[in-house]
Write a protein that binds this ligand. Sequence first.
Ligand code: ATP
Ligand code: LTN
Length: 356
Amino acid sequence: MPSTTTSPELTVPDVTVGAKPRVLSGIQPTADSFHFGNYLGALRQWVDLQREYQPFFFIADLHAITVEQDPKVLRERTLRAAAQLVAMGIDPARSAIFVQSQIPAHAQLGWVLQCLTGFGEARRMTQFKDKSAKGGEGASSVGLFTYPVLQAADILLYRPHYVPVGEDQRQHLELTRDLAQRFNHRYKKTFRLPEPYILKATAKITDLQEPTAKMSKSSSSPAGIVELLDDPQVNAKKIRSAVTDSGSEIRFDPDEKPGISNLLTIYSALSDRTVTDIEEEYAGRGYGELKGDLAELVVDFVTPFRDRALELLEDQQHLMDILETGRRQAAAIAEVTLRDVFQRVGFAAPARSTGL
Ligand code: ATP
Ligand code: LTN
């Protein structure tokens, strides 16, 4: 396993002894296309981890409606997300790919965990502070406030070992571990304490126009974000027009040279070469050359990905079949966990219980 920024100890006994350890993550269907931050920060690790782990990957539509969504667009984006996951190499024969809202246990466990979360604890989540800053707290939904608690439920239901995400999700993973520990302590050991799986090198891909800010679906300007389903030539142009720093030296130094460092990070990830190797190759050469070559690498990467995703989108029934298979696999696990939880918190079982 490649080195990550975290490796806490597991404290809950492995409930899946003999089985492959699990990996789980989710992504919101809040844009027509995933971007390079999503891909390099998280999705690429999903693809890699699916080989050695039992993988659960889902499209977080419940999370998406914490801010207003057009229903028709949300449905379309959910399928677009599924197509992109498959196009980038998530193999439905290995991985359960599913839609969060199709598994009621997420919202049900979410409620139980909300009742274990302190108001002050939820208030400390920086994502709420950031996302409510624009319109003001009063205009934000309560769902946006409790977003991280639902995320904890998403994770804990499947008792995963690792959760591959970008750096911006670290705080939510910490809350998830705290809630798991609290539940285990108050009732009975039920949840595994999951570990974040955050690759240091690509944990925060930054905006091409504002290289100290995160590349983001909701806050990047069009020129600052490389969208994987966009016209490859448009993306090449965005790379060539990326904001770079004063001076002319090609050197990895995120504090002094955030623009060039971000381009070097993307270059290194796409070419599987070390940053040092790339720095050496471009020693004494200008920013323009680096950008031109990176633009070509980007075109080579996005073109086949985009073709495959668009082809998959033409057969929506096939995508829905994949999601249905994933739903069944996920439901089988989630329902067992939820039943344990309901029993442990003291909910009366229905009289003729044949499962949930
Ligand atoms: P928004 O910024 O609008 O909240 P997003 O662009 O962060 O959305 P998400 O669906 O929230 O997209 O993120 C999906 C995954 O991609 C998460 O694991 C997140 O940590 C990761 N991710 C998103 N942006 C970046 C980035 N710029 N660098 C590294 N990882 C990222
Ligand atoms: N908050 C995450 C999306 C998400 C998620 C999860 C990620 C929702 N539930 C569970 C990992 C595990 C984001 O990417 N912004």
